[in-house]
Ligand binder design. Structure first.
Ligand SMILES: *[C@@H]1O[C@H](CO)[C@@H](O)[C@H](O)[C@H]1NC(C)=O
Length: 234
């Protein structure tokens, strides 16, 4: 894309320079060949080129140059806007991550406060939006993103209390969650999928509620994943 923008620029510059050069050459040749009297009363040696062959069209040439300059400037501005748009879109092209909790025989939790879950086993992290040490995804660009969360817990035998609540938190606000509070099953799982429109730098993570726990996940079944659906203007 950048190469295309540059070559359009170069072609534009070549075209405009060549056009200006050939026009002034033609005017000079016409002035040199002129035998009669000059409508402006004589050679204008103050014209832009300051050459003997300058004619009384100096003012028009100046105006033409001014117009060329303005047109060129407008083209450069349009191209730089286009470049910004392209950069915004390409920065968002490949944003996707998948991470799971590492093998765990005991429990994660309970804790005395809500805590982001660090899904440390990252199997995919295109665009490096996901931080496996913190379990936090930070939007590298503005757009609509899809997030998925699977919560799995196993207490190994019935009669014990499966007790979890995991929320997807966006910018510090709990948006959706999965719940479990029962003594009838030894293990259970739940999945949530949600779309968020994010601005650059906004953060999303899965948070275990205080007092609750995730247990016995020896297969990495607790998974947090996300990807960009499409970029949007920031
Ligand atoms: C990480 O995930 C991969 C793919 O699911 C799995 O093969 C590997 O054993 C996991 N590693 C740990 C440390 O849990």
């Amino acid at each position: 894309m950048n190469a295309a923008v540059v070559s359009v620029c170069v072609m534009l510059v070549l075209f405009v320079t060549r056009e200006t050069a050939s026009i002034s050459q033609e005017l000079q040749a016409a002035a040199n060949a002129w035998q009669g009297s000059l409508p402006c009363g004589g050679w204008n040696c103050e014209c832009a080129a300051r050459q003997q062959s300058c004619c009384c069209a100096a003012a028009q040439i100046d105006e033409l140059e001014e117009q060329m300059f303005t047109r060129l400037l407008n083209s450069f501005n349009a191209l730089s806007e286009l470049k910004t748009n392209i950069e915004q879109i390409t920065a968002c092209r490949g944003v996707a991550f998948t991470a799971s909790m590492s093998q765990m025989f005991g429990c994660f939790g309970p804790f005395t406060s809500d805590l982001p879950i660090p899904y440390s086993n990252t199997t995919l992290n295109h665009g490096n939006g996901y931080n496996p040490a913190l379990g936090i995804f930070t939007a590298p660009c503005a757009g609509v993103f899809s997030f998925s969360l699977t919560v799995y817990s196993n207490k190994l035998s019935e009669g014990q209390r499966l007790y979890q609540r995991v929320a997807l938190v966006r910018q510090g606000r709990s948006e959706v969650a999965t719940w479990e509070d029962n003594r009838e099953d030894a293990e259970d799982s739940a999945t949530q999928t949600v779309l968020f429109s994010l601005r650059v730098g906004e953060q999303v993570y899965a948070q275990l509620m205080s007092g609750r726990e995730i247990c016995g996940d020896i297969w990495g079944r607790n998974i947090f994943s996300g990807y960009i659906l499409y970029p949007a203007e920031s």
